[in-house]
Design a protein around this ligand. Structure first.
Ligand code: AMP
Length: 644
């Protein structure tokens, strides 16, 4: 990025607003850097010192920046249909907080649907909405859709650029090699009005902000863009790994966005290393790589036959154990960059096995709604990771979350997860007062609420965070969990309610055969890659306590029915991305759920208030169930999925 022609120190620019508004994304990326949207500083991303200075300024001036962000959002959008109903066209924080309601997706869904169906986007945003970002949260079985504007791509670029100086502060020499980041695009679709609907990362990678990014010596990838942008995920994965292997001596860090995706790549490598080595040996890319862009760039990277390199890689991959394989294949790697917080924490031990002790780095916390925070101590252990919310990304508010009573404590112990994972009091009503970013208290739990530049006002993200400290005046948060999510293997997020609905549909099948489902629970089994959902079922014949004779076909049909009933993100991961394996039902012997209750009670649960946990995380509890399994059944067909 070129330097801004007007004098712009980080502080001054903090509050700068360009008067000339860009009209479209292309114009913005090619244009004058001064066309950065308001509240974003312009600087050379190669200049780590300038980047750190900006972060220091942002975290020192949290209160003023948040005030300015809200003022700017409201001033711009006060005349939208949505805000007009609550405000009288003026900016007044008190009035805003008093009259604009804290909302869930269901409240704004009618507006989003109107836009998807062709209504003007200025019903919620003065800035045109150029696409809808499909989030992994679902509503009525369909992905939620978040508005996005052209200028928001700049906000994301600004955010990504800030990750670089933070890493440079802790790891030297990142400009002396490359990053093997395995990045993928997902299928996209169009709304009836012709707006693109796609996941946020697909939107970003396909934007000019990514494709025409200026050279940054700290951020050179082994994957040519053509391989990242290839819509065939298998070809994309193969080509990216091939390029990463060929350039192995240059690789200083490896990663993917989420831990699950990175482990999927390792698994892919396990299955395909012979063919990859053969390509390296001959200098010829396999014929099944038919994507013209991929073929061309990969052939260039392969360049010529490299038999010695192929021998070396073959030798490592041939070894009996793949423990530490990452360090062996990419010997200069300093860390693995993958998100391992939240539901991704379940992959830490597998990653440690493959990594040979490399640090696992979760750099950022973001969503389709907005990019939120940066991990200022990237080398901290996964369970110590906190994210500092960046105050010019959105206006942040927080709904205090209270601990549940005894019942909650019981849930905690049954699940064997740390207290904070289960302690929310669902704040369903909007009448609870929110707290501002500068007013959150150390050690307290909150649900995040955002007002964005893209047309979301006081929107409940659904994430529960805990305040762990402060960087200057900016609070830092540990991601605790997502409200209502019990199962997650990849980007899927299944709630207890989703699970109940799906199990209820499958239950009908066995009931028609005189079989009763007495109890069920579940867990995400990530011991194999890809992980899969496991349901434990205790069943009996109607009228007695005997285990019925189980028909394989019927039980497999139950597995499929559950899968068909889960939401579209689950079905996409399972069918299209292959990032979730076939769902399994493990039938347990009679009395197993009594044993589970005994275990929970022994851990301190109250007998009176005991409720079967619908998802189990504790290894001990899973062992109790597993030791009583009498039969296992797997779904035999991937569920139906198509882009919405
Ligand atoms: P999506 O709506 O599909 O874009 O997913 C965004 C959600 O993913 C967030 O609201 C979080 O629940 C989760 N998420 C994103 N980044 C992180 C992170 N660094 N740690 C834990 N969870 C995360």
């Amino acid at each position: 990025m070129r330097a801004c022609p007007i004098s712009c120190t980080a502080v001054k620019q903090q509050f700068s607003t360009c008067s000339r508004k860009p009209k479209d994304v292309n114009q913005m990326t090619r244009g004058n850097p001064c066309q950065l949207p308001g509240m974003l500083s312009n600087y050379d991303p190669n200049d780590s010192e300038a980047g750190m200075k900006i972060l220091e300024d942002l975290t020192e001036n949290v209160e003023q920046i948040q005030q300015r962000v809200l003022e700017e959002i409201i001033t711009r959008n006060a005349r939208t249909d949505y805000l007009k109903g609550f405000l009288d066209g003026q900016f007044d924080k008190q009035v805003f907080k008093k009259t604009v309601p804290v909302v869930n997706y269901e409240d704004i869904k009618p507006y989003i649907e109107r836009i998807a169906n062709g209504d003007s986007s200025n019903i919620i945003s003065a800035e045109p909405i150029i696409e809808l970002l499909t989030s992994s949260g679902t509503s009525g079985g369909q992905p939620k859709m978040m508005p996005s504007t052209a200028e928001d791509l700049h906000r994301k670029t600004f955010f990504y650029n800030l990750l670089v100086p933070v890493m440079n502060k802790y790891v030297d020499g990142l400009d002396e090699g490359k990053a093997m980041y395995l990045l993928f695009v997902k299928p996209e679709t169009k709304t009836p009005s012709g707006l693109m609907a796609r996941p946020v990362l697909t939107s970003y990678y396909k934007s000019n902000n990514f494709k025409n990014r200026p050279f940054n010596r700290f951020n050179v990838y082994t994957s040519p863009d053509e391989t990242i942008l290839c819509s065939d995920s298998k070809q994309s994965m193969y080509c990216q790994l091939l390029c990463g292997l060929v350039q192995r001596q240059e690789v200083l860090r490896v990663g993917a966005v989420f831990a699950s995706a990175f482990l999927r790549a390792i698994k892919f490598l396990e299955h395909n290393w012979k063919e990859l080595c053969s390509n390296i040996r001959t200098g010829h890319v396999s014929d099944w790589i038919t994507d013209p862009g991929c073929r061309k760039v990969v052939s260039l990277v392969l360049n010529k036959p490299k038999p010695e390199l192929a021998d070396l890689i073959e030798h490592e991959c041939n070894s009996k154990s793949w423990e530490g394989i990452i360090k062996k294949l990419w010997p200069r790697t300093k860390y693995i960059e993958v998100i391992v917080t939240g539901s991704m924490a379940q992959y830490v031990s597998t990653l440690e096995y493959y990594s040979g002790g490399l640090p696992l780095v979760s750099t950022m916390y973001a969503s389709s709604e907005c990019y939120f925070g940066i991990n200022f101590k990237p080398l901290s252990k996964p369970w110590d990771v906190s994210y500092t919310l960046i105050p010019n990304m959105a206006y942040f508010e927080f709904l205090p979350v209270k601990k549940k009573n005894e019942d909650g404590a019981q849930y905690v112990q049954c699940n064997g997860v740390c207290k904070e994972n289960c302690m929310e009091k669902e704040t369903e009503k909007e009448d609870v007062e929110t707290v501002e970013l500068v007013d959150v208290k150390l050690g307290q739990y909150y649900e995040l609420v955002v007002t964005t530049f893209t047309g979301l006002y006081r929107y409940r993200v659904g994430d529960i965070l805990m305040v762990t400290g402060f960087h200057n005046k900016a609070p830092q948060f540990r991601f605790v969990h997502r409200r209502n999510v019990v199962l997650s293997v990849d980007t899927d997020k299944t709630s207890e309610e989703d699970l109940l609905k799906a199990v209820t549909k499958a239950k009908v099948i066995v009931e028609s055969l005189g079989i009763l489902l007495i109890e069920y629970t579940s867990y995400a089994d990530t011991s194999s890659i890809p992980g899969h959902y496991v349901l434990f079922w205790e069943i009996t014949s109607k009228g007695n306590n005997h285990l019925p004779v189980l028909d394989h076909k019927i039980m497999e049909q139950c597995c499929s029915t559950v899968e068909e009933s889960l939401d579209s993100v689950y079905r996409r991961c399972r069918r299209k991305d292959n990032s979730i394996g076939p769902l399994e039902i493990r039938v347990v012997q009679h009395g197993t759920f009594d044993a589970l209750m005994d275990f929970c009670v022994s851990q301190g649960s109250s007998v009176n208030q005991y409720k079967t946990p619908r998802c189990i995380k504790s290894g001990e509890a899973i062992n109790i169930l597993d030791s009583r399994v009498v039969a296992r059944f797997f779904s035999q067909k991937a569920p139906f999925w198509e882009p919405v």
